[in-house]
Design a protein around this ligand. Sequence first.
Ligand SMILES: NC(=O)c1ccc[n+]([C@@H]2O[C@H](COP(=O)([O-])OP(=O)(O)OC[C@H]3O[C@@H](n4cnc5c(N)ncnc54)[C@H](OP(=O)(O)O)[C@@H]3O)[C@@H](O)[C@H]2O)c1
Length: 237
Amino acid sequence: MVVLSRDEEVGGRLVRRAADVGCRGVEWRFGDVTDAGQMDSAFDRLREEGGVSACVVTAGRNLSAPLLRRTPTGWQRHDPEAWRELVDLNLTGTFNAARSAAPLLAEAGDSTLVLLSSCSRHGSAGQGAYSATKAAISSLARTWAFELGRLGIRVLAVAPGVVDGEALARRFTAEPMYRRYMQDLADHQALPGFVPEEEVASAVAFALESTSMTGTTLEIDAGGFPARLVRSSVRGR
Ligand SMILES: NC(=O)c1ccc[n+]([C@@H]2O[C@H](COP(=O)([O-])OP(=O)(O)OC[C@H]3O[C@@H](n4cnc5c(N)ncnc54)[C@H](OP(=O)(O)O)[C@@H]3O)[C@@H](O)[C@H]2O)c1
């Protein structure tokens, strides 16, 4: 198994963690999903080494920024550069990775492409860019399932809720107010609390192992956020 990402140190940690849980033979390599040419090179190398029968595209990040905010000095609008960067990573990055992987998956046959969506795909006040990219990813899973099914490729999306993992811990440290905001949201889900990261991994494994599931989004989100509460939480921030 090969993991493509940009930070070698983080990649090394992931390889060691995989080994700790009995998953040996994982190798890290540099890969930047925002660079279509670089993705092609990474997958060309994988073709030379025997091909790819499963690809899971997880690269992405969150961004909290409303379209419009009233400040003491006037209106603050969403920064267009921050919007573009997030769309480049989450949406165009997913496209670049899928585009590079697709021929190899077709050559392998009976193969799977899994994309990371989010429960925010249903709308998440204060996170317009993020939720739009994640809705688009679920839409792509459905579209590509129809485009690629006859080539022997199943395409699925996995949409977690708030995952209790490294990314959340990092964000809590960087933005202490974020903890209260996320806790407030999680407390009002159908099932209160955060989603264990192992459950997201299990959902990805289930998606990879199935034979007739395609085009759908698996939601592991404790029921998701009620939309009215999301709005009141954002106003209260
Ligand atoms: N955590 C949650 O609560 C949650 C909930 C729903 C959905 N998700 C989704 O799950 C996915 C993983 O998120 P996470 O929470 O595990 O966040 P994370 O720990 O920050 O992981 C994001 C990964 O994306 C990689 N990445 C970032 N930019 C990249 C680029 N240009 N090219 C290649 N790799 C890149 C990062 O590695 P490098 O920086 O080293 O490249 C990192 O491995 C994301 O798509 C996220 O939207 C997360």
